[in-house]
Design a protein around this ligand. Structure first.
Ligand SMILES: [Zn+2]
Ligand SMILES: [Zn+2]
Length: 189
């Protein structure tokens, strides 16, 4: 079996954290790493103890949800809360950081940003990162190792099976294909 790389390992952790997000607008996860050790993690969500967007709907002002603290900020604040230095650390984020998070990341002394998906990459953010000599590298998740879109795949397969049925595929054959799809994607026999 092929060994998972550090980049893939930390990036998968950020994708896992994104699944904890409480805002429906975008699920983001961030992992701060120093010397190949995870020192903090965050996802976008409300202030501790406050209501969640997934329960109450987003609080939108000027087109932005103002309830949430972004994943990167949450991860950095976790370091502040527990007194863990971020100087010289690296951050793995599922989406390219917004302008505010970019500034927070630079100011925290983080020296490298790994991001999986481009997201409204702000020209001024890129300018600031270059000026501060913070490295930026795209690391896309290798889905052969970590499957995070099982639901979409299952939906796609069910559409395909429906098409096959419409086109008159033999009933017994269709039943077998359905069983195989269920076995692969949902562990349902
Ligand atoms: Zn929200
Ligand atoms: Zn942000």
């Amino acid at each position: 079996m092929e060994r998972i790389s550090w980049d893939q390992y930390f990036m998968s952790q950020s994708h896992l954290l994104a699944l904890r997000s409480t805002c429906e607008r975008l699920s983001v996860g961030a992992t701060i790493v120093r010397d190949k050790r995870v020192i903090a993690g965050g996802y976008n969500g409300s202030v501790s103890g406050s209501v969640h967007c997934i329960d109450e709907g987003c609080k939108v002002i000027d087109g932005h949800c103002v309830r949430t603290i972004h994943a990167e900020e949450n991860a950095i604040l976790q370091c502040a809360k527990f007194g863990v230095p971020t100087e010289g650390a690296e951050i793995y984020v599922t989406h390219f950081p917004c302008l505010n998070c970019t500034k927070t990341i630079i100011q925290s002394g983080i020296k490298k940003i790994y991001y999986a998906h481009d997201y409204k990459n702000h020209a001024y953010a890129l300018e600031l990162l270059e000026e501060a000599e913070v490295e930026v590298e795209q690391v896309e998740l290798d889905y052969l190792h970590i499957d995070t879109n099982t639901k979409d795949k299952l939906y796609f397969i069910s559409q395909l099976l429906q098409k096959l049925e419409e086109n008159g595929t033999n009933h017994e054959e269709l039943k077998q294909l359905t069983q195989e799809a269920n076995r692969l994607f949902s562990n349902v026999e």
